[in-house]
Write a protein that binds this ligand. Sequence first.
Ligand code: ADP
Length: 517
Amino acid sequence: VTFKDVSGLTEPKTEIQEIVEFLRNPQRYTDLGGKIPKGALLVGPPGTGKTLLAKAVAGEANVPFFSMSGSDFVEMFVGVGASRVRDLFRQAKEKAPCIVFIDEIDAVGRARGKNPNMGANDERENTLNQLLTEMDGFGSNSGVIILAATNRADILDKALLRAGRFDRQITVDLPELKDRVEIFNVHLRNIKKDDTVDVEVMARQTAGFSGADIANVCNEAALIAARNNKKTVDRDSFMSAIDRIICGLEHSSKIISPEEKKAIAIHEAGHATVSWFLEYSNEMVKVSIVPRGMALGAAWYMPEERQITPLQALLDQMCMTLGGRAAEELSLGEISTGALNDLEKVTKMAYAIVVYYGMSEKLPNVCYYDSTGQSYGFSKPYGGERAKQIDEEVSRIISEQYERAKQIIRDHKEGHARLAETLLTKEVMYSEDLKEIFGERQWRSRTEEIMLLQAERDAAREAAKAAESKSDVEEEKENSSEPQDVVAVEVNPVEETKPQDDNDDSSVATPPPFKGV
Ligand code: ADP
């Protein structure tokens, strides 16, 4: 595996490139008195390519790769973990220079004995101590570099993170839109797809997917196409694969009584109606009352890429989620258990607004979130009076949004009824159908704005690159004794790349309109 196989992850790759240089040419650093770092920690959610990146480092530097998972060290038998650590490092030292990769290091590296209630795991502590000893034991010029992966650096023992151990942390995030396009392209290489497949649209549909999820989508799509005896993998197969990974398989054989079906249609139409009239709700793509996985109906939204979320966006999201039950109450006059999932989500969100984000009116700017996951244990960091206020704020926020959802459905009663009716007969509806009923949506999706920004950033990067290589060429021109016109020929291609980039940008800036699934 080399860096070519790792798509996206531009920043982690540049950071880790240094380690490749250390391995290839340690002397350049040690001659000047520098010490080679012993390890780096790759931090990020599962499936984002941490293992892949570590393997690529070994591949690029052309050194052996040893790997072990943190949970392999933690055994029932006392002493096994520590001796495995010793074995691993003994082997690694023999084969140095090399990479030792420890996956899930949090399994051994969790902070030691902070929580007396839980009873310390002595075996794990022994293992961790052994690991620390080994890391200190070998000299910085031995050529063994340890890469470790975790999705929670905050719970690791501070001793692991101090200088001379894992003093470098490299963050490996979920891929952004542009990276997802690249990852799709990597995994589509071996798939026989046809012209209906639009990588850009798929990348937009899969916000929040990790690299591993995307690899899974591509494979699943091929399996679905094969099951349907298709000659190539088409757009429908990919969309079914994405749906399947989000919500599970369709159960078209599940038998649902007509009344139940009506209730489901009214519920889903409620979500769709409310979302259409809220600024921050995501653009609806499809709503269906075909049961799937555990859900009886589902609505698909074009997810937005967001790093921070304004309060109003959270409230809109809650309002939309409550739209299902609100519609049941208004149109059927009775409510059902179908909203369980929605209510769970809404309650968690309201709780988060109050105690994590400090955004409620009565308790502004307090946060009881503990990012280290250690201090509170079973006890709460506030007293009874505070707990009561929290409960009141949570209930207030939820009932306000519920009332708001009901009001929106009342205001658009006919549209909602028509939507539910159509859904009952057609079972699946797309955003075009909603447009027909409610008219054009007042707000535009933010995803398009982000694509514009991204295109701008890329253009700036390219321009800087072009300018750089141009000045290189000019330097050459000064130094060279060759006749002028020969150099001029070299200058041209650099300048010519520009208009080509502009073309690329415009195709990104105006994405093809998204038509149904
Ligand atoms: P992690 O170690 O972060 O849990 P892995 O490195 O094991 O994740 O990733 C699992 C699989 O997901 C990889 O084998 C690869 O097929 C795919 N994958 C993840 N990220 C990427 C990426 N950036 N580019 C290409 N493939 C990726």
